[in-house]
Design a protein around this ligand. Structure first.
Ligand SMILES: NC(=O)c1ccc[n+]([C@@H]2O[C@H](COP(=O)([O-])OP(=O)(O)OC[C@H]3O[C@@H](n4cnc5c(N)ncnc54)[C@H](O)[C@@H]3O)[C@@H](O)[C@H]2O)c1
Length: 375
């Protein structure tokens, strides 16, 4: 039996834990969440067979000697310190994205992982989607040639956006910027597909959708599916408070290989789109998550080709494969350190995007990347 503890019993960990206990060799021993209602819901949804102990603090859970793995799904600002403490206490760790909210936290996490040699597995779920896996494979199998530039966007529905603007996610000091909390997946995909980390960014963004004067205009409260995910502190997402996360941005991005491109995002769109196009020397390929489609053509093909999938989650079918990958990790001795390095690189790119919006200038993170890109 693999003995696990969970820190942060919200919607993400509910969904992951449901998948994991299905493998039959995982025993949920301990949970911690500062909101008792969240623990109750978590335990209820997992079924009567699981009766984990409830820790009084996350530190108590981390120190529990009977645990092999700690799974962390707390709000972003807690990630790095909870993960570092778990590694130091000899645990293997699953940590949700983003891995941290500051550059210093990223570097410290890398240092602690290196020192302890324990595993840190990340929650970059889109990498597990069959759509993006096929895209990545096609790039090496067909004659696309080198990537010249990319174009990416993430425009989510109003219902989804309204959810992102409430609870802890609306507070930049806890969630980090919207680019970090929501689009770190897109940054990770850009790095994975182009084969090199983001080294410099500049972005403009702000709040134009969820503001007081749009309170009555937005068709955002009609879908209660998002409300049911829970843990939302306020009924309406339109506020005029300072220090709220931005609800849109446009960014220019440069990777260390010299490839550059754009990423645009908005937290409210009548037509949701999550697109990544790669313009290559001798080909073109584009994935769109919501329609589950992949289109591509290389110079040697007579026609463009279209592949499609149908997914019943918002992660391109990546949730179950991610849980299976984590389960395999729990059983294997191999340390997937490269996965952690790439997660830290994507997190650093997201942090840089937020900083660039604040300072209105290019942020170059080559020096910080140099500090982590070692084996
Ligand atoms: N990989 C993905 O696709 C994906 C999807 C959704 C969320 N996430 C990430 O998962 C994490 C959780 O998101 P969620 O949607 O489950 O949010 P949520 O609000 O549903 O759950 C977060 C939980 O953490 C608890 N919490 C608050 N402060 C805490 C603390 N100091 N220590 C421990 N727990 C604390 C809250 O009470 C809440 O129950 C976030 O980091 C988010 O970015 C990842």
């Amino acid at each position: 039996m693999i003995r696990i503890g969970v820190i942060g019993c919200g919607q993400r960990m509910r969904s992951l834990a449901r998948e994991l206990v299905g493998f039959g060799d995982i025993s949920l021993k301990m949970v911690y969440d500062p909101q008792p209602g969240q623990v109750e819901r978590f335990v209820q949804e997992l079924g009567q067979s699981m009766r984990p102990r409830q820790a009084d603090s996350w530190k108590q859970l981390v120190e529990n000697k009977s645990l092999d793995w700690v799974l962390i799904g707390s709000p972003n600002a807690h990630h790095a310190k909870q993960a570092a403490a778990s590694l130091t206490a000899g645990k293997q760790v699953f940590l949700e994205k983003p891995l941290a909210v500051t550059m210093d936290e990223c570097l410290e996490l890398m240092r602690v992982q290196e020192e302890t040699g324990s595993k840190l597995v990340t929650g970059f779920v889109l990498r597990w989607s069959p759509l993006y896996q096929r895209m990545h494979r096609l790039l090496s199998e067909l004659d696309f040639g080198p990537v010249v530039s990319f174009q990416a966007c993430e425009h989510i529905s109003y219902e989804h956006g309204a959810y992102m603007m409430r609870g802890w996610r609306r507070d930049r000091s806890i969630a980090g910027s919207y680019a970090l909390e929501k689009c770190v997946h897109d940054l990770d995909l850009i790095q994975w597909m182009t084969g090199s980390p983001v080294c410099a960014v500049t972005a403009l963004g702000g709040r134009k959708i969820y503001i007081g004067k749009n309170r009555e205009a937005l068709p955002i409260l009609k879908d209660i599916q998002w409300e049911e995910k829970g843990n939302l502190d306020l009924p309406h997402p339109c506020f005029d408070e300072p220090d709220l996360v931005e609800d849109h941005f446009s960014a220019l991005i440069r990777c260390s290989s010299g490839i550059s491109g754009v990423l645009q995002a908005s937290a409210g769109s009548t037509v949701p789109l999550r697109r990544l196009s790669l313009h290559c020397l001798t080909g073109w390929i584009e994935a769109e998550l919501y329609s589950g489609t992949l289109r591509y053509r290389t110079c040697s093909m007579e026609h463009e080709k279209l592949l499609s999938w149908s997914f019943n989650d918002l992660h391109g079918g990546g949730d179950a494969p991610l849980a299976a990958g984590l389960h395999l990790s729990m059983l294997s001795r191999e340390n997937e350190r490269q996965q952690m390095i790439e997660g830290v690189q994507a997190t650093m790119a997201g942090i840089a995007l937020g900083e660039s919006m604040d300072r209105r200038e290019w942020i170059d993170i080559s020096a910080q990347l140099g500090l982590i890109d070692y084996r």
